[in-house]
Write a protein that binds this ligand. Structure first.
Ligand code: FES
Length: 121
């Protein structure tokens, strides 16, 4: 039911872990399933220069957050804010309809991390 790309990001998640001294941290819970996602960003000159995630979520949540971190790294904050759940799903070569809400978790956590950064600066 999952694409090869989803399986790859699930088995070998990119940017998994925590960033010490992160400039912004976003934490969101998924109302649909109760899973949790945390994203840490490091920002320089308005660009995301480093990003990591932690999740207590399903396999799709791991794959989508891994993909979100890859999409966001190197982007300006405004560009990163435009990453949608559909971008995440498309880059993963599709997600089963029942799992689309999992990609919300990842893009919402990224947005929350950027908002947190902007509040602090
Ligand atoms: Fe909860 Fe996927 S089922 S994030």
């Amino acid at each position: 039911m999952y694409s090869e790309k989803v399986m790859d990001h699930f088995m070998n998640p990119r940017n998994l872990g925590e960033l010490e001294n992160a400039d912004g941290v976003g934490e969101v819970g998924n109302p649909t399933c109760g899973d949790l996602m945390k994203i840490f960003i490091k920002v320089e000159n308005d660009k995301i220069i480093d990003i990591k995630f932690q999740t207590f979520g399903c396999g799709a949540a791991i794959a989508t957050s891994s993909m979100v971190t890859e999409l966001a790294k190197g982007k300006s904050l405004d560009e990163a804010l435009e990453i949608t759940r559909d971008d995440v799903a498309t880059n993963l070569e599709g997600l089963p309809p029942l799992k689309m809400h999992c990609s919300n978790l990842a893009s919402d956590a990224l947005r929350a991390a950027i908002e947190d950064y902007r509040k602090r600066h």
